[in-house]
Design a protein around this ligand. Structure first.
Ligand code: ATR
Length: 282
C-alpha cells in the first residue's frame, strides 16, 4: 500500500453490519481515487483514545456510528447542527483540528427530495414516531425546511416531551396510542423507531386514514420494504425508504475527505440492495 492512500473508517461497536464501506469504496472505485474505507470496531472505553490518535493511525476522517455518536461531540469541534441534534456521525480535519457534523439531517431531506419531490410544499403537519438520535436529526431537518407542526409520538412519552424542550413549540408531543387519530390531518408520516426492522416487532398502525397526497418515510432499511412502506405502497401513497437516507447521508463525508461530490445513482443503490438481501452466514 502506498503512503499517499487516503484512509477513512467507520468506527462503531459492533461495526460489522455497517454498509458504509460498501458505499464509500464504490465511490472510491468509481472516481479512481487512491483511497480506502475500513471498519474499526472500537469499544466505548477505548473510543476517546482512538479519536485522539485518528491522524496518527493514518486516517483523514471517519464516520462514527452506534454507540459513539454522542461521545464524539466532546472530542471534536462540532458545528451548530451537531449541537442542535446532540449527535455527530462524520469527522474530518481542518488543518490539525478534528471537526464533526451530522449528515443524517441532509440524508433524510435529500432522500425525500429525490424519492418524493415537493414533499414539503404546503406541508403544515408532520407526524414523527420515535425520539432517539435519528428522530432528533429528522425533526431538526423538518423544522429547517419550514414544516409548521411536528406531532412527536414516542412509546416513552417523557422523551417526546424532551423533544419539545429541545426544539421548541412547533414540536407537539402526542401519546403513542393517539397517532391513528391524527393521520387524517398529516401530510408526512416518518418512522424513526426500530419497529419493522428484521427480528423486531412490527409497527402496529393502519394507514387508511392518511390523505392520498401524504408521504410515508421509514428509516429502517432492513428489510428494504418494511411492513409500513408496503402498506403505503398498497394504498398508492408516495414513500421514501431508509436505504435512500443511508446513501444520501454518505455524500458530504465523501466530499469532505476526497474533494469530490459523489452521486447517489441507481447502480450504487442496486449494489447495496443486493448486499442487504443476500443471506448472511450467522
Ligand atoms: P436511535 O438513536 O437510533 O434513534 P434510540 O435512541 O435507541 O435509537 O431510539 C429508538 C427509538 O425506537 C425510541 O424512540 C424508542 O422508544 P423509547 O424511547 O420508548 O424506547 C423506539 N422503540 C424501540 N422499540 C420500540 C417498541 N417496541 N415500541 C415502540 N417504540 C420502540
Amino acid at each position: 500500500m502506498g503512503n499517499d492512500i487516503r484512509a477513512v473508517c467507520v468506527i462503531g461497536w459492533p461495526v460489522e453490519h455497517s454498509r458504509s464501506p460498501l458505499i464509500h469504496n464504490f465511490w472510491i472505485g468509481q472516481h479512481a481515487l487512491a483511497g480506502e474505507y475500513r471498519r474499526e470496531a472500537v469499544k466505548p472505553d477505548d473510543f476517546p483514545a482512538f479519536i485522539r490518535e485518528l491522524a496518527e493511525r493514518g486516517y483523514s476522517g471517519a464516520n462514527v456510528t452506534i454507540p459513539h455518536k454522542e461521545a464524539v461531540i466532546a472530542l471534536s469541534k462540532s458545528d451548530d447542527r451537531v449541537e442542535a441534534v446532540g449527535a455527530a456521525n462524520t469527522l474530518w480535519f481542518e488543518g490539525d483540528t478534528l471537526c464533526s457534523t451530522n449528515t443524517d439531517v441532509e440524508g433524510f431531506l435529500a432522500n425525500l427530495d429525490q424519492m418524493t419531490p415537493n414533499w414539503d410544499q404546503g406541508l403544515d403537519d408532520a407526524i414523527v414516531l420515535g425520539a432517539g438520535g435519528a428522530s432528533r436529526a429528522i425533526v431538526y431537518g423538518l423544522l429547517s425546511r419550514g414544516v409548521k407542526t411536528i406531532r412527536l409520538a414516542n412509546r416513552t412519552f417523557a422523551r417526546a416531551e424532551k423533544m419539545r424542550e429541545r426544539f421548541g413549540s412547533r414540536v407537539k408531543p402526542v401519546k403513542w396510542d393517539e397517532v391513528g387519530g391524527l393521520l387524517a390531518g398529516a401530510g408526512l408520516l416518518v418512522n424513526t423507531t426500530s419497529l419493522g426492522m428484521k427480528s423486531q416487532p412490527v409497527l402496529d398502525l393502519r394507514l387508511e386514514d392518511l390523505h392520498q397526497s401524504a408521504v410515508v418515510a421509514d428509516i429502517v432499511y432492513s428489510p428494504l420494504i418494511t411492513p409500513l412502506l408496503q402498506e403505503a405502497k398498497d394504498l398508492g401513497l408516495r414513500h421514501a425508504d431508509g436505504l435512500g437516507m443511508l446513501l444520501h447521508q454518505a455524500v458530504r463525508g465523501f466530499s469532505l475527505w476526497f474533494g469530490v461530490t459523489p452521486e447517489v445513482t441507481p447502480e450504487l443503490r442496486a449494489m447495496v440492495e443486493e448486499d442487504l438481501t443476500k443471506p448472511k452466514p450467522e
